[in-house]
Design a protein around this ligand. Structure first.
Ligand SMILES: C[S@@+](CC[C@H](N)C(=O)[O-])C[C@H]1O[C@@H](n2cnc3c(N)ncnc32)[C@H](O)[C@@H]1O
Length: 381
C-alpha cells in the first residue's frame, strides 16, 4: 500500500498496475480508471447537497479501500457521516486505516456483509458499487435509504446487460437485451427498468436524476420518494423495427426497458466540475455533452455511418451538417455521450433518412434523392 491522493482525498491505495479497461479482482480492489466516475459522484453529491441545504448520513455498501465514499465525504460537503462496509478482511484492514484518517468528519469502517443488516437505517445517500451486477444488493440498498434519499448504483456486468449473454440477461433481469453498439444503451435502460421495479416493490417511487454509460460500466443516480406504487413508469418492450428511432435488429422485441429520459434537465444544469476533480477536463467535456444530449433525450441513438450504410450512401453525412438539417426541419437533435459520433433526435426515422440524403446530396449533387432502404441504423453489430 502507498499513501496516495485521488482528487482532493488522501488515502492508502494499492499500487496502480498500468493497464486499461476493467480492473481484475484483487484482494484489495482499486481501479484508477474509475477516478472520472468518482469525480462525477462528487459533482452529483455537491449539487444534490447544495439544493437540499442539509447534510445527510451516507452508506457505502461495498467500500474496498473506501475511495469512492471518502471522496464524497471529503470533497462534496454533502455528508455529515459515512459508514463504509467491507466483507473482505484484507480490504477491511486498508479501509479501517483510510476511514480512521477521516473519522473526525464522520467516517466509520464496518467489517460486515452488506447483505445483512445495514449499520443503521435511514441513510440520505446509499452507494452501491459492486463487482458486476447490483441485483443481489438492491433490496438492502433500498431498505436502508431514507424516503428523501439518493441512491447511486453501478453495474459492470455488460456481458449480460449489453447483449453477449441474452439468456442470462433474461434470467437475471427479466429482459431481452439489445446487442452490438446499442447494447450499452439498452443495458442502461434495462438497469433503469430493474431499479424502478425494485423501488415500486418496496412501495417507493423512482426518479432518475442521471443515468449514463461510461467505459465498461453503467451508472444511475436516482431518488426513491415514498409511495408512488400505482404510478406506471415508462417501461416498454421495444420492437426490433420500431416506428421511431433506429431499427434495432431482428431479434426483438427488446426489454422491457426504460423508454423515459435518462437526464433530469434541471438537475443536470446544477452540476459543475468540482475544484478537487481528479480529471477536470474529461469531466467538463462529459458535462457539456450531457447538457447537449438532454435536449433530445429519447431512445435510441443513431450514428451517421450506420444511417449512410443502411441508405447506401457513398459517405456518412458529417454529423454537424446532419444535426443542422434535422433542426432546420423542426426537430430536436443533439450529440450523445455514447460514442463520438452518436446522436439523438426527436425526428421520425423517415425524416432522419431524408435529412441524411439531403446532406449527402448537398455534398455530392449526383446522390439520388431516394437512395436505399429505410432500415436505418441497424442491425447493430
Ligand atoms: C467493486 S469493489 C468496490 C469498489 C469501491 N467502491 C471503489 O470505488 O473502489 C466491491 C467490494 O465489495 C466487497 N464485497 C463483496 N461482497 C460484499 C458483501 N456481501 N458485503 C460487503 N462487502 C462485499 C468486495 O470485497 C470488494 O472490495
Amino acid at each position: 500500500m502507498r499513501l496516495a491522493r485521488e482528487g482532493g482525498t488522501e488515502l492508502l491505495l494499492p499500487p496502480v498496475v498500468a493497464k486499461r479497461g476493467p480492473a481484475r479482482r484483487a484482494a484489495v480492489f482499486y481501479n484508477p480508471a474509475m477516478s472520472l466516475d468518482r469525480d462525477i459522484g462528487v459533482a452529483v453529491l455537491t449539487a444534490w447537497g447544495r439544493a437540499r441545504n442539509r447534510k445527510v448520513a451516507a452508506w457505502e455498501m461495498l467500500a474496498a479501500t473506501g475511495v469512492r465514499g471518502l471522496r464524497l465525504l471529503v470533497e462534496s460537503r454533502a455528508l455529515e457521516s459515512l459508514d463504509l462496509t467491507e466483507a473482505n478482511p484484507a480490504a477491511f484492514e486498508v479501509l479501517s486505516s483510510n476511514a480512521a484518517r477521516y473519522a473526525g468528519q464522520g467516517a466509520k469502517a464496518v467489517h460486515a456483509d452488506a447483505l445483512l443488516e445495514p449499520p443503521r437505517a435511514g441513510y440520505g445517500y446509499v452507494e452501491l458499487d459492486p463487482y458486476g451486477s447490483p441485483l443481489p444488493f438492491l433490496a438492502s440498498a433500498i431498505r436502508a435509504l431514507a424516503p428523501d434519499g439518493l441512491l447511486g448504483v453501478t453495474a459492470t456486468d455488460l456481458m449480460v446487460l449489453a447483449g453477449p449473454q441474452p439468456a442470462v440477461c433474461e434470467r437475471k433481469y427479466g429482459a431481452h437485451p439489445l446487442h452490438g453498439w446499442l447494447g450499452p444503451e439498452g443495458g442502461l435502460r434495462i438497469l433503469l427498468a430493474t431499479l424502478s421495479r425494485a423501488a415500486r416493490k418496496a412501495q417507493r417511487g423512482f426518479r432518475p436524476r442521471l443515468a449514463y454509460v461510461l467505459g465498461h460500466h453503467l451508472r444511475v443516480y436516482a431518488e426513491l420518494p415514498p409511495g408512488g406504487g400505482a404510478v406506471l413508469d415508462p417501461i416498454h418492450l421495444v420492437p426490433g423495427d420500431p416506428t421511431t428511432g433506429p431499427t434495432l435488429g431482428g431479434t426483438g422485441p427488446f426489454g422491457p426497458l426504460w423508454t423515459g429520459p435518462i437526464f433530469d434537465q434541471e438537475f443536470l444544469s446544477t452540476l459543475g466540475v468540482p475544484s478537487t476533480a481528479a480529471e477536470p477536463r474529461p469531466l467538463a467535456r462529459l458535462l457539456a455533452r450531457w447538457r447537449e444530449e438532454r435536449e433530445a433525450d429519447t431512445p435510441f441513438a443513431y450514428e451517421p455511418n450506420r444511417v449512410a450504410a443502411a441508405l447506401g450512401l457513398p459517405k456518412p453525412p458529417p454529423l454537424g451538417s446532419l444535426l443542422e438539417e434535422l433542426r432546420a426541419r423542426g426537430f430536436l437533435a443533439a450529440r450523445s455521450h455514447l460514442t463520438a459520433s452518436a446522436f439523438r433526435t426527436t425526428a421520425p426515422r423517415e425524416e432522419v433518412e431524408a435529412a441524411a440524403r439531403e446532406v449527402a446530396r448537398r455534398l455530392d449533387p449526383t446522390t439520388p434523392r431516394t437512395t436505399g432502404s429505410s432500415r436505418t441504423g441497424a442491425p447493430p453489430s
